[in-house]
Design a protein around this ligand. Structure first.
Ligand code: MG
Length: 378
């Protein structure tokens, strides 16, 4: 079997209602889907996280000519070949996102060729479902902060009713708003597991102050408290706060995660498989995290393809299946408005009652709906 061609699909949609977090507001979502075609008719699906048009140029212009004719089963060899071919000028960034999307597609091909789900290839736990946490509760423009908090409480209540065992709110708007939101969430949902994501809004002192509010209110974790350029400050927060510190969605490769882990910066490492280097690299990142006593909960933001890759990977994360079942490993379920995520795949693993339920398809277990693909293509 040889790689015959690579196709990239730039997909997008405008949002009915823009939503925001500590850094900016989204009015449009875009996605980059990768298809790796083989000469024996098997096609693998992958996805890249990050700036879709730039990442697409990296695949089409740079990596594609290097991939044609290679044996797609050699994922490790191919990863190293692509990485070495661009190492001089692209150790991180969209080019690694491009390698990630190709790598996910190679794992999908491997599973389809061997008629085996990727989670079985990874040797994961024999579980049919994984608990998810609901990512949502984004900011909205043009309404007062007190109204926004009431709206976020209603949104959170919806996720609880849908059966999500954990939810994650956005903070980092400003310290006063954050304090009000954190306390209102805890007061309304007294036993719910709630995490908070600041998307690196703060400096160290501000993060420390908000971290204390999170620990007083028994929050699950404090995600990206400060800039990912300041891993030493993450370490200070981790030592001084009882609440777990999480980070890593901006980081890539085992080498990048080694920087994060060697400074003892986080309790939870959050590689995105569609950005950090694919499944091939995520296995190594997990090994490093495990050796540092750090849990891995992948970041997942995109379509059902990245969701399938993350869920498959999660099955291999814990030596103790009891911990897995107790929700030590969670799939991030982005619950924001996204017709591409919801409509692109005719086959996928379904999320219901707050859990992702695996289908029995080989590979990643996802297939494109061609009509939807045409509809969303930019
Ligand atoms: Mg985040």
């Amino acid at each position: 079997m040889k790689i015959a061609d690579i196709k990239t699909h730039l997909l997008g949609h405008n949002l009915k209602r823009p939503f925001g977090f500590s850094q900016w507001y989204y009015s449009r979502r875009v996605h980059l889907v990768v298809e790796v075609l083989t000469d024996d008719g098997i096609t693998g699906l992958g996805e890249c996280y990050g700036p879709a048009d730039t990442t697409r140029a990296a695949i089409d212009g740079f990596y594609k000519p290097r991939l044609k004719g290679l044996d797609p089963m050699r994922h490790e060899f191919i990863w190293n070949l692509l990485w070495k071919s661009s190492l001089d000028y692209a150790r991180k960034g969209p080019m690694m996102a491009a390698i990630s999307g190709v790598d996910l597609a190679l794992w999908d091909i491997k599973g389809k060729a061997l008629k085996c789900p990727v989670r079985r290839l990874l040797g994961g736990a024999p579980i049919g479902k994984i608990p998810c946490y609901a990512t949502g509760m984004y900011f909205e423009k043009g309404i007062s902060e007190s109204r926004l908090i009431r709206k976020l409480l209603r949104e959170a209540d919806g996720y609880v009713r849908q059966g999500y065992p954990v939810i994650k709110i956005k903070i980092g708007k400003n310290p006063t708003f954050d304090r009000g939101l954190i306390r209102a969430m805890r007061k309304t949902f007294d036993h719910l597991r709630i995490a908070a994501d600041a998307n690196h809004a703060y400096n160290l002192k501000e993060a420390l102050a908000i971290g204390h509010v999170l620990e007083e209110n028994d929050f699950e974790w404090f995600e990206e408290p400060v800039s990912p350029e300041h891993y030493a400050d993450y370490g200070v927060l981790r030592r001084q706060l009882a609440v777990k510190v999480a980070g890593g969605e901006c980081e890539q490769t085992r080498f990048g995660f080694q920087q994060l882990l060697s400074r003892r910066s986080v309790d939870i490492a959050q590689p995105d498989l569609a950005y950090a280097g694919g499944i091939t690299e995520a296995i190594k990142i997990h090994a490093l995290a495990n050796a540092s006593g750090v849990d891995v909960i992948p970041h997942c933001w995109g379509t059902r393809i990245n969701q399938a890759a993350a869920a498959s990977f999660i099955t291999m994360l814990h030596e103790n299946p009891g911990r897995l079942e107790a929700g030590a490993a969670l799939l991030e379920a982005d619950c924001t408005e996204n017709p591409v995520r919801d409509g692109l795949c005719s086959t996928h693993h379904e999320i219901r009652n707050g859990h992702i339920h695996f289908n029995h398809e080989p590979g990643l277990g996802v297939e494109l709906d061609r009509k939807a693909l045409r509809k969303f293509t930019v």
